[in-house]
Design a protein around this ligand. Structure first.
Ligand code: NAD
Ligand code: UGA
Length: 456
């Protein structure tokens, strides 16, 4: 049985995943190491550097018992029996494959560091989302091992979603473990199965070969993102024809073969992974001589881009073809509710396009204001940041709701309307509000994939 486990990378995946493992395996020492010392200090103080419902409680339960965070990656590698690699794998921005392929520099540095500092047989677990056959590359790096060193590489992709990370980890639909089809590979798989089996029913722990596990992760994200782009494509037709996307989504989703989840039309998907992983898949297809398959998946990203542009175009059109000098309040900047994460948030592109139209933008968000500041504060004086949504909307010509925070459903829109310029516009980019109620208050209401309600 594994007694000492290390995770390299204390981010959105590494931190929560290890906190949950530590909680369920009190007899296993769980160490999370990261080169970002501020992040390490925040975790170690019991106040996680990321906002995630329920996370702080889970971390505090094990901190100081069998969970700790450290900046000393190299030393911890020497002590570990199992090492999860959960470093970031962003899209490459330079050289060959720029804009598509995964940037594997952080991952490769980690592999080399493991090779240099491991002092005992180690099971290395890929937790980061990686292109298919990365584990093979890792194994090749490990071929240069010194005497006494032994490495077995597993793929254990993570399927948690931000905002629900703790419930996803506590009760996953499945845990997927890929390993080599050899006795040593099987033994390593068994070690990892034993850890998850402490709280995950055995029938939900799936095993596969390494490549199948790696590809399944990319494919799962591609399928999820594809559903969002599909419903968003239909929302565009709704806006042109007077059909209502909520009725259409309900009609589609009640077919059990299709299912009702992930059919919420909106301003497009964001987050650090959907776009990155699809582009990764596209690159993989191109590398393997499958251009038609590559174009098929690429269209999911193209449509997502189009959805954001379409949203701003509609704003410009209905606001008399000019936004110059107008004040627009953005309700929400995080890429989805219940997270402070702004990576690839649709709000970023929408805000940029509004600024290009010379609008004045006031951003509000319960958790992501700091993230918004990092993106925009230096670039222009036409962006303001305000934690109170009522103040953000004060004197505004329009409110654009961009994140599905529950807080925005509970606001007093009469009060908001009273403080806005006339005519007052409300663009519901997440279909969170009742358009009829808002229309009765006096707003001109434009919701995604729903008929316009223009009162002027
Ligand atoms: P993140 O950027 O939040 O965290 C990565 C961490 O790795 C950072 O804190 C960084 O400092 C650290 N790091 C980088 N190089 C290092 C090194 N050499 N040594 C030690 N630490 C190092 O990223 P994330 O969102 O946690 O994602 C990590 C991986 O998990 C990615 O591959 C991502 O695709 C995948 N994933 C993410 C999610 C999600 O919801 N965010 C879900 C499933 C899978
Ligand atoms: C997603 C997947 O759901 C996770 O399974 C996966 O592990 C993770 O990516 C990853 O690999 O990083 P996440 O991006 O955290 O999780 O959040 P989602 O709930 O999937 O939402 C992604 C985006 O799609 C958000 O911007 C969300 O607002 C949008 N979305 C989602 C819609 O617009 N409509 C929907 O019906 C669902």
């Amino acid at each position: 049985m594994i007694k000492r486990l290390l995770c390299i990378g204390a981010g959105y995946v590494g931190g929560p995943t290890m906190a949950v493992i530590a909680q369920h395996c009190p007899d296993v020492e769980v160490v999370v190491a990261d080169i970002n010392h501020d992040r390490v200090a925040a975790w170690q103080s019991g106040r996680p550097p990321i906002f995630e419902p329920g996370l702080e409680e889970v971390v505090r339960r094990s901190l100081g018992r069998n969970l700790r965070f450290t900046g000393d990656v190299e030393h911890e590698i020497g002590e570990a029996e199992m090492i999860f690699v959960s470093v970031n794998t962003p899209t490459k921005t330079f050289g060959q494959g720029a804009g598509r392929a995964a940037d594997l520099q952080y991952w490769e540095k980690t592999a080399r560091s493991i090779l240099h500092h491991a002092r005992r047989p180690v099971i290395v677990v890929e937790k980061s989302t990686l292109p298919v056959r990365t584990a093979e590359a890792m194994e090749r790096i490990f071929k240069n091992r010194r005497q006494g060193q032994r490495f077995e590489v597993l793929s254990n992709p993570e399927f948690l979603a931000e905002g629900t990370a703790i419930t996803d980890l506590e009760s996953p639909d499945r845990v997927l473990i890929g390993g080599a089809e050899t006795p040593a590979g099987q033994a390593a798989i068994d070690e990892l199965v034993d850890i998850y089996a402490r709280w995950v029913p055995r029938e939900r722990i799936l095993t596969a070969n390494v490549w199948s596990a790696e590809l399944s992760k990319l494919a799962a994200n591609a399928f999820l993102a594809q559903r969002v782009s599909s419903i968003n494509a239909i929302s565009a037709i709704c806006e042109q024809t007077g059909a209502d996307i909520l009725s259409v989504a309900t009609a589609i989703g009640t077919d059990r073969r299709i299912g009702s989840q992930f059919l919420r039309a909106g301003v497009g998907f964001g987050g650090s992974c959907f776009q990155k992983d699809i582009l990764n898949l596209v690159y993989l297809c191109e590398q393997h001589g499958l251009p038609e398959v590559a174009r098929y998946w690429e269209a999911v990203v193209t449509l997502n881009q189009h959805q954001k542009e379409r949203f701003v175009r509609r704003m410009i059109r209905v606001m008399f073809n000019t936004l110059a000098g107008k004040r627009i309040a953005l309700f929400g900047f995080a890429f989805k509710a219940n997270t402070g994460d702004t990576r690839e948030s649709p709000a970023i592109q929408i805000c940029q396009e509004l600024l290009a139209e010379q609008a004045h933008v006031c951003i509000t968000d319960p958790q992501a204001l700091e993230g918004a500041r990092q993106v925009f504060s230096a670039s222009t004086d036409r962006v303001a940041f305000e934690s109170d949504p009522y103040k953000a909307a004060d004197g505004a010509h329009a409110v654009a709701l961009l994140t599905d925070w529950a807080e925005y459903r509970a606001l007093d829109y009469r009060r908001i309307y009273a403080a806005m310029e006339r005519p007052a516009f409300l663009f519901d980019g997440r279909n969170q509000l009742d358009p009829e109620e808002l229309y009765q208050i006096g707003f001109n209401v434009y919701a995604i994939g729903r008929p316009d309600r223009t009162s002027l």
